[in-house]
Design a protein around this ligand. Structure first.
Ligand SMILES: CC(C)(COP(=O)(O)OP(=O)(O)OC[C@H]1O[C@@H](n2cnc3c(N)ncnc32)[C@H](O)[C@@H]1OP(=O)(O)O)[C@@H](O)C(=O)NCCC(=O)NCCS
Length: 224
């Protein structure tokens, strides 16, 4: 985990992805004076990002031993978290590990569990008793109040607010600026639309939106 207080020497990192989310996590890494060897991207001609070189496509990672580098997942999610999860699982299966990244201006309380590869961006607040599953994103300015459970690969988008005791299922996305009242359970692989106010539990594999949030679509999900 990258925090200002952590004195442990860090392995250099490679950022997987070269788009908008990659730039945000790269910025947090550089603010921590982290050595970033480069980024990999589906576009091997993508220009340098914040002065960080493009190493080539994703397979360039395999030029580096998993004992000598850590990875940072630079793929975000706009509608589905599936690609981000796929990338995480592809490299973990090859023995690579993902570094958690916590922006120096995030507020993470005592008593918060943070899984591998979790990313907490600028201005986010996580309150005590909450747990963040592997590869989850708590994006810019999002608030996760006390005793929330954010399962693996979920994305809490910028400015979303989760009241106490909210449970967000695996791979779900809570849209920008959405509000979820206390104790609500959001199922796995679901989407909460931007600006929604969620006052009732949300099942697996659906999209809800609006104030109060209502079912927009029901989807067949391809992931567990
Ligand atoms: C909810 C969402 C996933 C729906 O996307 P979609 O399935 O492509 O839906 P569409 O854009 O086709 O819209 C379908 C209908 O829902 C409405 N709608 C879409 N998003 C809505 C929202 N957030 N709140 C209320 N209504 C919404 C549309 O106006 C449209 O209504 P209509 O049928 O009466 O015209 C998407 O609009 C959204 O809010 N995504 C979250 C984005 C986000 O937070 N990104 C974070 C990036 S870091």
């Amino acid at each position: 985990m990258l925090t200002d207080q952590d004195p442990t020497p860090k392995l250099p990192v490679i950022v997987v992805g070269g788009g908008g989310h990659a730039k945000v996590v790269a910025s947090a890494l550089l603010l921590h004076h982290q050595i970033v060897l480069g980024f990999v991207d589906v576009n091997p001609a993508a220009p340098p990002m914040l002065g960080i070189a493009n190493l080539g496509n994703d397979d360039k990672v395999f030029d580096y031993s998993p004992d000598l580098v850590r990875l940072v997942n630079g793929v975000g999610s706009i509608k589905s978290t599936a690609l981000r999860q796929t990338i995480y699982e592809k490299f973990v299966a090859k023995q690579y590990s993902f570094e958690a990244v916590i922006h120096p201006n995030a507020v993470v309380s005592l008593g918060v569990e943070i899984g591998a590869g979790v990313q907490i961006m600028a201005g986010a607040v996580i309150q005590p008793g909450s747990s963040l599953g592997i590869n989850a994103i708590i994006n810019t300015g999002a608030c996760v109040d006390h005793d929330c459970v954010i399962e693996a690969h979920a994305h809490i988008a910028p400015g979303a607010t989760l009241s106490g005791g909210v449970h967000v299922g695996r791979g779900s996305q809570i849209g920008t600026g959405a509000t979820i009242i206390q104790g609500i359970k959001i199922g796995a692989s679901s989407i909460v639309g931007a600006g929604a106010v969620v006052t009732r539990n949300v099942p697996d594999g659906v999209t809800v939106a609006g104030v109060p949030a209502a079912l927009l679509t029901s989807r067949v999900t391809s992931r567990p």
